[in-house]
Design a binder for this molecule. Structure first.
Ligand SMILES: Nc1ncnc2c1ncn2[C@@H]1O[C@H](COP(=O)(O)OP(=O)(O)OP(=O)(O)O)[C@@H](O)[C@H]1O
Length: 250
């Protein structure tokens, strides 16, 4: 469904690239995880796919075809993003209805009230939320709105950048379960970036461990849960994960 081939991102001409030749492919309906310590380049991979990083090299392929260097409406109607901080990504002085209608307007699609209500329902929020402002919502409700805003254009792929890192643990589980249910119901394909192995283990079929802009190791979730990683850095990451116990089957 979506793939990157030899992706390189350089922010600084002299220094090491932030992403140094990353390749992977995600089948339709699957969730692929990118995991690694802060600064390893995982968010940059995701932002480069979304066209938010100027001047990357390598290919981004959607359904096997390269996407245009300047991402167009056709791309954003198929690929949407959800960021870590829903408070930062929502406009503080716009109603939820206005914010949900915006991506439809940007893509030249019809944004009637019924569509906004449907989007709210999809993420488990009452239509009455349409008149509220972001500060009147809890963190979890705000992230539900961010997911509704990504889904309102009916994309096929969601790029998820630490979608639950800013939330309390109990709310994290709710949002992860909602994302899983939506993926199953709609046949969505996810690329999930997280520093949290428990989140990756819960969500992903396959994952790649990144360090200093490169993929060190690819794993399927069974190997992650069994702890049979090959690269010493992956083993370190696993050992350091507070959630190590949760990753292993009881
Ligand atoms: N816009 C930018 N300009 C310059 N350097 C950047 C920019 N964005 C990221 N970087 C640098 O690129 C490297 C990779 O950052 P990136 O945010 O992709 O890492 P990450 O693994 O997602 O970490 P985190 O989870 O902390 O965001 C870091 O060294 C970072 O400082």
């Amino acid at each position: 469904m979506i793939a990157v081939r030899d992706l390189v991102v350089r922010f600084d001409r002299k220094g090491a690239p932030a992403v140094a030749g990353v390749s992977f492919a995600i089948e339709k309906g699957e969730t692929f995880g990118l995991v690694g310590e802060s600064g390893c380049g995982k968010s940059t991979v995701l932002r480069a796919i979304a066209g938010l990083v100027p001047g990357h090299s390598g290919d981004v392929l959607l359904d096997g075809r390269p996407v245009p260097a300047r991402r167009d409406r056709a791309f954003y109607s198929r690929v949407q993003m959800v960021f870590q901080d829903p408070y930062g990504s929502l406009h503080p002085r716009q109603t939820i209805a206005a914010q949900l209608a915006e991506p439809l307007r940007n893509l030249g699609l019809n944004g009637g009230p019924a569509r906004v209500d449907r989007a709210l329902e999809t993420v488990g929020l009452d239509p009455a939320f349409r008149w509220r402002f972001p500060h009147e919502l809890s963190g979890g409700q705000r992230q539900r709105v961010a997911i509704a805003r990504a889904l309102i254009v009916e994309p096929e792929v969601l790029l998820l950048d630490e979608p639950t890192s800013a939330l309390d643990v109990s709310v994290q589980a709710e949002i992860l379960n909602l994302l899983t249910e939506l993926r199953r119901r709609r046949g969505l394909t996810y690329l999930l970036v997280s520093h949290d192995l428990a989140v990756i283990s819960h969500m992903c079929g396959e994952l790649a461990v990144m360090q200093r802009g490169r993929i060190l190791e690819r794993l399927d979730v069974e190997r992650l849960r069994a702890g049979t990683v090959e690269h010493p850095y992956s083993a370190e990451l696993l050992a350091a994960s507070e959630a190590y116990g949760e990753l292993r089957p009881a």
